[in-house]
Design a protein around this ligand. Structure first.
Ligand code: SIN
Length: 471
């Protein structure tokens, strides 16, 4: 081992620290990597491998002398990566950090290990200088390529909520934080997209109004029509998020991603869910696969269609689901993945425009309902009533009489269900002859949104039925 011994100063050993980082990052035995790397370096120079070099670099590891066969065997056991591959990957991480002026951390973040192995498969046969030059140019192009441009529209809600203590998840002020504070809380957004913010309003979403809906639809539509915007995210209170989402699903004429998100815990809470929801919503708004799928809702790692999603829990994260059909996809491990789409009409295929909409009320069915409230709705000027009936939209006899009278007087009556899941389909012949319309799989609150748009165009019962079949 003495012959051909080369001395390497400590600083030089230290410079090679990145190979240890590589090993650690991969969760593998650092010792094996160090041995391999150093041995390959020495062998390349026609020198014997001097283990004292390794001991200087990492004195905490005491090394037994191992032979080449043992190194290979150990390497194969620990990670299945060949010496060549480990050496090549290590070389290029170093090369890229220099050529692209990346820190080690940035290199790890931007050029994941799987990608390096794919590079090895494609370029490993070339000389390292040649492959290095080609790959550096490719990565430089990618890293400097313009990121998707996403606009965040803030409307208030718990996602922008502020409480007096970190353990308070109720009794907070919704919409207290400005849009810039929402963005500043998630610095990781800059890795995904260029995000800028605008404020539409700062309300508790229980107080959502038609005026805000119309303004929001106009603003989102205008932004999405611009060549400078690739997607829009709306931060919204969770209480009426599903209604706003469906309103926009029926009116915004764009195929570009429009995504709503919110939070169940205020921004000041321990384990606030808003920052991750916002990051995931931006990831979805920035991804090409989200285009043409209608308005989406991203909450708690799930991507839902605006048509199907509901808030199904009062408190706690995981409060959103699509009870009848399930979510469209997920944002697991940071990557949006879609599994299905909605077949019903929306956005660019919708026949509706945002405009002043008629009054439609919802009545909630209960045992013993005598229909008195139907008259209240009629007197209040409702042009339509959605009845959240039992089971398959069943209506108690007295309430049915009152609704049939209202329908005969020109009020559109839609039968929905209070069960929260499943379709309302044709049932009693008396419902048909009274001219009631089936809500299909729309919740009462979504049926109300659709009926308002529909009544803005027609009061013809068959046309209304067609609309409920198509949307
Ligand atoms: C709201 O809907 O504005 C308050 C509740 C929430 O955002 O979770």
């Amino acid at each position: 081992m003495e012959s051909g011994r080369i001395e390497i100063p400590f600083e030089e050993c230290n410079k090679q620290g990145w190979i240890f980082a590589l090993a650690n990052r991969l969760g593998h035995d650092m010792k094996t990597y160090a041995r391999r790397y150093m041995k390959s370096k020495f062998v390349a120079q026609g020198k014997d491998f001097d283990y004292s070099y390794y001991q200087i670099a990492s004195p905490s590891y005491s090394l037994d002398l191992v032979d080449e066969a043992e190194l290979h065997e150990e390497g194969a056991k620990t990670d299945g990566i060949s010496n060549d591959e480990a050496y090549w990957i290590g070389f290029f991480y170093k090369y890229f950090t220099l050529a692209l002026s990346l820190s080690n951390e940035q290199a790890w973040e931007k050029i994941p290990f799987d990608r390096m192995r794919a590079f090895y498969a494609e370029y490993g046969a070339k000389s390292k200088d040649e492959a290095g030059a080609e790959l550096s140019a490719l990565l430089r192009r990618e890293l400097t390529a313009a990121k998707p441009r996403v606009v965040l529209l803030a409307t208030g809600g718990t996602i922008a909520g502020s409480a007096s203590s970190a353990d308070a998840v109720t009794g907070y002020r919704a919409g207290a934080l400005g849009v810039d504070e929402l963005l500043a809380a998630v610095p990781e957004l800059k890795n995904v997209a260029e995000v800028r913010g605008e404020t539409i309003c700062a309300i508790d979403s229980k107080d959502m109004t038609d005026e805000i809906w119309l303004r929001l639809a106009a603003c989102a539509g205008e932004l999405l029509a611009s060549d400078d915007v690739d997607g829009v995210v709306i931060a919204h209170g969770t209480d009426t998020l599903e209604e706003t989402a469906y309103f926009l699903h029926l009116t915004v004429k764009s195929d570009k991603p429009l995504v709503l998100t919110g939070a169940m815990r205020p921004a000041t809470a321990l384990s606030a869910d808003g920052p991750m929801n916002l990051l995931e919503a931006v990831r979805v708004a920035a991804c090409k696969e989200a285009a043409g799928k209608g308005v989406l809702v991203v909450m708690d790692g799930e991507i839902h269609s605006a048509r199907d999603v509901m808030k199904t829990r009062t408190l706690g994260v995981g409060a959103f689901s699509s009870p009848t059909f399930g979510c469209l996809g997920t944002v697991d491990a940071g990557a949006p993945v879609f599994y299905r789409t909605t077949a019903r009409r929306h956005t660019t295929r919708s026949e509706f425009d945002a405009a002043a909409l008629p009054r439609v009320d919802i009545l909630y069915g209960y045992a013993g309902d005598d229909g008195t409230l139907v008259d209240t709705c009629v007197r209040a000027g409702a042009k339509g009533i959605v009845y959240a009936g039992m089971g398959n939209g069943s209506i108690p006899a007295d309430a049915e009489k009152a609704l049939a009278k209202a329908a005969a007087g020109g009020i559109a009556v839609v039968r929905a269900s209070r069960t929260m899941s499943g379709a309302v389909v044709s049932a009693e012949s008396s419902y048909e002859s009274a001219g009631f319309i089936d809500a299909d799989t729309l919740s009462p609150q979504k049926a109300r949104v659709l009926l308002r748009f529909a009544l803005g165009k027609t009061s013809d019962r068959e046309e209304l039925r067609r609309i409920f079949r198509e949307y």
